[in-house]
Design a protein around this ligand. Structure first.
Ligand code: UDP
Length: 407
């Protein structure tokens, strides 16, 4: 059984407990809905979560809503605005958003014991909830700590129709009349993205992708998105170049529901042009082993986000015991305790300072990575996430109860 393979990593008792809780939920239909099957953190998690839920006896399913170019332009605006980046949100945008919910609701099966809706894109499906249907959960993966008010006011009445909302970090919770649950995301230690690789595999992949390993390698893996600040990464690297000899690698790809990527990539390419130590690599979103190998080949991983829901790339790098320098935003401080399990920064200058420090102090850098790996083992592996979801599904059967007996 696939679940047993996690026992050597997290311990037998964790797996036993998952089975115990899942027995109470046997056969329950849980229908996940999001807006892309590939690309980005939500798809990354669902790809691994759904099969394991099924192995545990939950009838987990996964549907993806369909929308046109205009819909994704609007949902990207909503995404950016909820992250606090100013957007012009028009009456027409609202109509496009609501019309697409209606079209999808007509084409989808909304029957399930639990409708598990991820992020704002499909949130409006709740308006088409069946009478006497199952419970509806809204799972918010983004940083909602300082949303643009008109956009949040537009979305809020929709969210209030749900039975439960789930946020990734305490700072993201909003004043809502429905219960809020805090569940942080996770990475799968056995996926191609994260499983152990032989050094020979890492080398072969770097050779194939033309990634030189003659100097220390500093890497950021992220969609090309302004909020991941790839240009800030290049600026920080350029500040330290005269002091340390290293290479910078920016790896990115697109997500079906992110229309801004091409523009950001063009800016990144322009900023990187002319510097042979800066490499920009575009990979299809299915290149999981490649990302794994690149993270392993790197000496330092950056995640210089300006806004971030969680930042799976941080846990992915820490799990590989890599020193990570990351923006102190969103869910990243949950993953990094500054100067213990990584480095938190707030500016280009701060990133540059720590980049130089870590490149010059490899022992300290190694210790940060080692501590980070243990922190991820304890908190951010898929088995913990599964347990949280199972307990939440169970709690839907016992509204208002503080104690549920499993035996
Ligand atoms: N990712 C990838 N290829 C890329 C860029 C990102 O496979 O070119 C993966 C990355 O490894 C991580 C996920 O996409 O698993 C991104 O999740 P994260 O939470 O970091 O950011 P999001 O894209 O959801 O904002």
């Amino acid at each position: 059984m696939a679940l047993d393979q996690y026992a050597p990593i997290v311990g037998e008792s964790v797996i036993d407990e998952l089975r115990l809780i899942a027995r109470k939920l046997g056969g329950r239909v849980v229908r996940n809905v999001n807006s892309t099957a590939i690309g980005g953190g939500v798809a990354e998690i669902l790809n691994r979560m759904v099969p394991l839920l099924r192995e545990l006896g939950i009838d987990a399913r996964w549907d993806v809503i369909k929308g046109g170019e205009r819909f994704y332009a609007v949902t990207k605006k909503i995404h950016n605005a909820l992250h606090g980046a100013a957007q012009d949100f028009t009456a027409e945008d609202r109509d496009v958003f609501l019309d697409t919910q209606k079209t999808n609701a007509a084409a989808m099966d909304l029957g399930a014991d639990v409708m598990f809706i991820h992020d704002p894109q499909p949130a409006g499906l709740i308006h088409f909830r069946k009478k006497n249907g199952g419970r509806w959960i809204w799972r918010c993966h983004i940083d909602l700590s300082a949303p643009q008010s008109d956009v949040w006011e537009f979305l809020k009445p929709t969210v209030e129709k749900y039975d439960v909302s789930v946020f990734s970090a305490p700072a993201f919770s909003q004043s809502l009349p429905i219960p809020q649950v805090l569940i942080s995301p996770s990475i799968d230690p056995l996926s191609d993205k994260n499983r152990d690789l032989e050094e020979s595999e890492v080398s072969a992949i770097c050779d194939r992708l033309d990634i030189p390993r003659d100097k220390p390698l500093v890497t950021q893996v992220s969609r090309f998105d302004y909020l991941k600040d790839p240009v800030g990464v290049i600026e920080a690297f350029k500040m330290v170049k005269d002091h340390v000899d290293a290479r910078l690698l920016l790896v990115g790809g697109s997500a079906d529901d992110d229309p801004e990527g091409a523009k950001v990539l063009a800016e990144v390419r322009e900023r990187a042009a002319g510097d042979p130590d800066i490499q920009v690599l575009c990979l299809p979103p299915t290149c999981n082993i490649e990302i794994n190998a690149i993270q392993r080949a790197s000496d330092i991983i950056l995640q210089k986000s300006i806004k971030e829901g969680f930042g799976l790339t941080v846990s992915e790098a820490l799990w590989k015991a890599k020193p990570v320098i990351a923006g102190a935003v969103g869910g990243i401080p949950l993953q990094i305790a500054h100067k213990y399990s990584g480095i938190l920064t707030r500016s280009v200058e701060g990133t540059a300072y720590w980049l130089k420090q870590l490149l010059q102090s490899p022992d300290f850098a190694r210790k940060l990575g080692e501590n980070g790996r243990e922190h991820v083992r304890e908190n951010f592996l898929l088995t913990r996430h599964l347990r949280d979801y199972l307990l939440m599904f169970l709690s839907l059967d016992h509204p208002g109860k503080d104690l549920i007996y499993l035996q």
